[in-house]
Design a protein around this ligand. Structure first.
Ligand SMILES: NC(=O)C1=CN([C@@H]2O[C@H](COP(=O)(O)OP(=O)(O)OC[C@H]3O[C@@H](n4cnc5c(N)ncnc54)[C@H](O)[C@@H]3O)[C@@H](O)[C@H]2O)C=CC1
Ligand SMILES: O=C(O)[C@@H]1CCC=N1
Length: 271
């Protein structure tokens, strides 16, 4: 079993580590780093994995290094690692948005296996979506381990080009927040209608869950499921017409393009 170092014990890496251990990966083959002790110690206590505040020690231990830190830190941490050891046989998996393989390779100063992945926060409950793209230097074994790591927290989608990482960021990486925003708006209006805060949340969350489950379980097109709720001249049609007349599709297109543009802009800033 390969040794894996997770650099950063934040939201994404914690979710991935938890999923990985829960799917049977040996805890003794996993180490996590973080400058402050709380998060890494919590993970170590809960899961039995190793922990340290030293990225170099962790990278020395590992065959695979998962970079789960903010995009602007990726190059800096890669430089520190390559200055401290021979990285020829190591595989770097970056979880960061807006940090290209070219930037990581430049920081590593050597042809090296680099795999980018774009998960999302439902990975915390095993319902994530992760896009993956491997550099030409990654071998099949390294691709397989990236697949094993990310499929521990949800479904995976291997992409044909690195550019698609930016696209999948807009489609699924950032997207849980789109649904949360919509649910928040509904929750607020439910309260205006007089429901208590807790009832409002319950009504909205159960409706979202039911709708998502229907989409998952049904062979019908999503548009058909929508039409099945929409009685001619009824209440749903009145609500949907308001959304459509208010430019919902155009707004969604614009928002997803904003995420895409921002990913590209970040890649420039971090290069
Ligand atoms: N949160 C999300 O929904 C998603 C985030 N991402 C990407 O994942 C990466 C991490 O994001 P989050 O987990 O949300 O951030 P986070 O802020 O929760 O976690 C980052 C962790 O790295 C630690 N850290 C800072 N400097 C460090 C260093 N030099 N060495 C080791 N650890 C260090 C921080 O203390 C923090 O615990 C980002 O690059 C982001 O673009 C990707 C997909 C989804
Ligand atoms: O907002 C961000 O930049 C990261 C990437 C996708 C989700 N969170």
């Amino acid at each position: 079993m390969k040794n894996i170092a997770f650099i950063g014990a934040g939201n994404m890496n914690s979710a991935i580590i938890t999923g990985l251990v829960n799917t049977g990966y040996q805890a003794k083959n996993i180490i996590v780093t973080n400058p402050s002790p709380e998060k890494r110690e919590k993970l170590a206590q809960q899961l039995g994995i190793l922990e340290t505040d030293n990225n170099i020690d962790a990278a020395e231990f590992a065959d695979v290094i998962v970079l789960g830190i903010k995009p602007y830190l990726i190059a800096q941490v890669c430089q520190q690692i390559r200055q401290a050891m021979d990285i020829s046989n190591k595989c770097f998996i970056s979880v960061a948005a807006g940090c290209s393989i070219a930037t990581i390779e430049k920081a590593l100063n050597k042809p090296c296996a680099v795999i980018r992945t774009m998960p999302n926060t439902p990975s915390q409950i095993g319902l994530g979506v992760s896009g993956l793209y491997a550099s030409a230097n990654a071998n099949q074994l390294q691709i397989d381990i990236a697949e094993q790591i990310m499929s521990a927290v949800g479904i995976t989608k291997w992409l044909n080009s690195e550019e698609q990482i930016d696209h999948i960021t807009a489609v699924s990486g950032s997207a849980p927040a789109y649904f949360f925003l919509f649910m928040e708006a509904m929750e607020k209006q439910a309260q205006v209608f007089g429901f208590s805060a807790s009832d409002s949340r319950k009504l909205v969350q159960q409706t979202a869950l039911g709708a998502a489950k229907m989409v998952c379980d049904s062979d019908l097109a999503i548009s058909q499921l929508r039409e099945n709720v929409t009685s001619k001249g009824g209440t749903t049609q009145a609500a949907l017409t308001t959304f459509i007349d208010g430019g919902l599709q155009q707004l969604v297109t614009k928002a997803m393009n904003s995420a895409l543009d921002r990913a590209k802009e970040m890649a420039q800033d971090n290069s």
